[in-house]
Design a binder for this molecule. Sequence first.
Ligand code: ATP
Ligand code: MG
Length: 307
Amino acid sequence: MWQKRGWFMSKIRTDKLIARYVVSDGRHFRLKQIDPRGTDGFKTDKGFAEQVVQEGVSRLRDLQEKLYAQDRWGVLLIFQAMDAAGKDGVIKHVMSGINPQGCQVFSFKQPSAQDLDHDFLWRNLVCLPERGRIGIFNRSYYEEVLVVRVHPELLDKQQIPRPLITRHIWKERFEDINAFERYLARNGYTILKFFLHLSKKEQAKRFAKRLEEPEKQWKFSLGDLRERERWNDYADAYEDAIRHTAAPHAPWVVVPADDKWFARWVVAATVVHALEELDLAFPELTAERRKELERGRRLLRRERGSQ
Ligand code: ATP
Ligand code: MG
């Protein structure tokens, strides 16, 4: 069925397919419900897959033009994943057609001394997208309940007063994140949080490629192998974070990531779907603006006539 041309346009089918990856109520969510290798029968050659992703990208481009012109809604896309899951590739492909003026990408790495001298949301707040734009966070404040949870010694580096670090800290962070995202949604921001769900086996394959292929060697880091040893702890942390922070206004999308093209398609389709839910349209012309355009036409005609 995937081979049919124009299937992406078939909204009903697309909606149904992406729905299984969207978590908007996390209470019963389990990571094992989603197979990282699952491609929904999407087994096809790279050329076709590219074409399908391109189709999504061009719809995204049209929607983004309206988003920008209307200048009301804002969009925040968060990408989280284990190393080598393909965050960079997804961001590059899905956003490839978009007007760079309407889109900004921020990568959140280990916090700086200045970051650590603030509350944990601070460095994210200053990077939020303006209205009319799509903001992409390549990692985000979610690291505060992921890497920091797996390595609680990182908490010691944060300048938090000791009495405030209790066994409730993760639950409190979930509450704060939820309150923050609700606040953003109430201000007209659409939020989508993507977890690129890679299998441990596929990660090993990708690390092996990084070690062998000259054009990939720059990506290899021994640190990534050390984090891999904590795979199960990360899986638990991701599952718990998704369970506690999925919401209808800020859903998680758990994207099977072993097949890069399938992951790109799921992300493109989900973003398109979310933008279609908004009442995006080019701004209506006011009477005054109409008059201005008419004057413009007259002036241009006159100038051309006199040439
Ligand atoms: P890539 O490896 O594809 O270039 P990346 O996102 O893994 O991308 P790295 O520079 O390898 O980038 O790693 C960034 C590191 O910063 C990650 O290990 C991440 O866990 C860590 N990090 C991000 N935010 C925080 C945070 N708030 N506290 C502690 N560590 C963080
Ligand atoms: Mg990395």
